[in-house]
Design a protein around this ligand. Structure first.
Ligand code: SF4
Length: 450
């Protein structure tokens, strides 16, 4: 039996929603006046010409080097989505030294790219960068030079497309990132939720209105630069700001000092990351002829999809809840039994087994407590590393055994490097710092490949 009123109601609701969206999208009161637009463009560009930071990806290029410039903007923008400018500079220089053009990058392996990216986090972006480079090089039309066509390349979203198109190819398109949202929200005193879809749409509209048609790339960079320097999150320097006379938030503050400009944009409470627990077992294998300091470490490759896809790690087991050391050891034992021929007295001898400590690592949406133990085994005479894995595991897992020299130069995630540094500290007789707090920015850089 049909219910004619239901689809009609649905349709009406849709129409009303669309009318609201259209109104919000075309409400001219929300836009800058022509005079404001002109003043903001001139003031920001003058300020940018005088004050822009000297960054390695801001070189000037001739007309026929636009593609090179586009590649550099692309790499730098993807890296800048990961971390701060200071950190990116070092990564960027090493990257460009190894792969100076998109054609060089397209020849690289994922392993090499992950190595280069190690410590930056969000490894999926590095993979997309590689896949995108291959797409462009294998395509027949060269480097896409418009935002709309750039967005068809793997890993290039609206923001990156706008940055490449405006900076490298002079297309008059806007960019909206966190810095731009902060500046626009303050210029217009916008208190709506900056994560809301319609508010974001509005920011794009405002940025599109402001972008200077004669110097779109420089203008976009000036807006981002203002957000990254003077119009900072917590300590904006309004008295030195080139657009303070057009800034609504600043004028509200001058009228009433209890309304700080930092009220804009509205702070959105982040969802709490879920917690889990991970037992890492660093498996060191000694052969008969090797002494205890010269073992090889077992590394497993993560699946090609999902968190930290395709990256190497030590054997580990994820637990849903906090567990005591006995339960953790049991979980590791079951895992080792299912995956490896770890059968003391039969296939190997347990030389030592020691808990080295624990630390917390924060992924975007996961707070992971990591327990680390070192299990040193000696293989039975005549056995090789290959004999360690069960036949089913050999088919389903990608693994390798590497010595400490190789391990030290591999591109490992910051959490895996932290685990290995605990092993090294233990071997050097240093006390391992238990309960070390960690996050993506607190990464030890000393083991990065140069
Ligand atoms: S006046 Fe202050 S709040 Fe307004 S844009 Fe400039 S630095 Fe930001």
């Amino acid at each position: 039996m049909s219910h004619p009123s239901v689809p009609r109601e649905k349709l009406m609701r849709k129409c009303r929603q669309k009318a609201v969206e259209d109104k919000e999208a075309t409400d001219m009161e929300d836009l800058f006046s022509e005079k404001e637009t002109h003043k903001i463009r001139v003031s920001l560009l003058d300020w940018y010409d005088e004050n822009q930071r000297d960054l390695p990806w801001r070189k000037r290029y001739s007309e026929d080097e636009k593609e090179k410039r586009a590649y550099e903007v692309w790499v730098s923008e993807i890296m800048l989505q990961q971390t701060r400018v200071q950190t990116v500079m070092e990564y960027y220089k090493r990257w460009m030294h190894k792969w100076p053009t998109i054609y060089d990058l397209a020849q690289a392996s994922l392993e090499e790219v992950n190595e280069m990216w190690a410590g930056l986090g969000y490894y999926r972006r590095a993979r997309f960068l590689l896949e995108g480079a291959k797409m462009v090089v294998e395509g027949k039309d060269g480097f896409p030079n418009q935002a709309s066509s750039l967005m068809k390349v793997k890993g290039i979203g609206e923001y990156t497309a706008g940055a490449i198109a405006s900076i490298a190819f002079n297309e008059v398109v806007p960019v909206v990132d966190g810095n731009v949202i902060r500046v626009l929200a303050r210029l217009k005193a916008i208190s709506a939720n900056p994560k809301d879809r319609l508010t974001i749409k509005n920011f794009w509209k405002l940025a599109a209105q402001l972008v200077d048609p004669s110097r779109p790339g420089d203008f976009n960079q000036s807006l981002m630069e203002l957000g990254a320097t003077l119009c900072s999150v917590s300590k904006p320097s309004c008295s030195s700001c080139p657009v303070s006379s057009q800034c609504r938030a600043y004028s509200l503050f001058q009228e009433n000092e209890t309304n700080p400009v930092t009220d804009y944009p509205t702070k959105v409470v982040k969802a709490k990351p879920r917690s889990d627990f991970c037992c890492v077992c660093v498996l060191e294998i000694l052969n008969q002829e090797r002494n205890q300091s010269g073992g090889r470490f077992v590394l497993l490759k993560r699946p090609e999809e999902g968190l930290l896809a395709g990256l190497w790690e030590f054997p580990s087991v994820i637990l849903d809840e906090e567990a005591d050391s006995e339960t953790r050891r049991d979980a590791i034992d079951v895992y080792l039994k299912e995956t490896f021929h770890v059968e003391p007295k039969k296939t190997c001898t347990v030389v030592s087994r020691k808990e080295l400590g624990e630390f917390v690592h924060i992924f975007t949406h996961i707070r992971r407590k990591i327990y680390v133990e070192l299990l040193v085994l000696q293989l039975t005479e005549g056995d090789t590393d290959d004999d360690l894995f069960k036949d089913e595991a050999k088919e389903n897992l990608t693994w390798k055994c590497v010595d400490s020299d190789v391990l030290s130069t591999m591109g490992l995630t910051s959490a895996v490097r932290k685990v290995y540094s605990m092993v090294e500290a233990h071997k050097q007789g240093l006390s391992v710092v238990a309960k070390v707090s960690s996050n993506r920015t607190a990464v030890s850089r000393k083991r990065r490949i140069s």
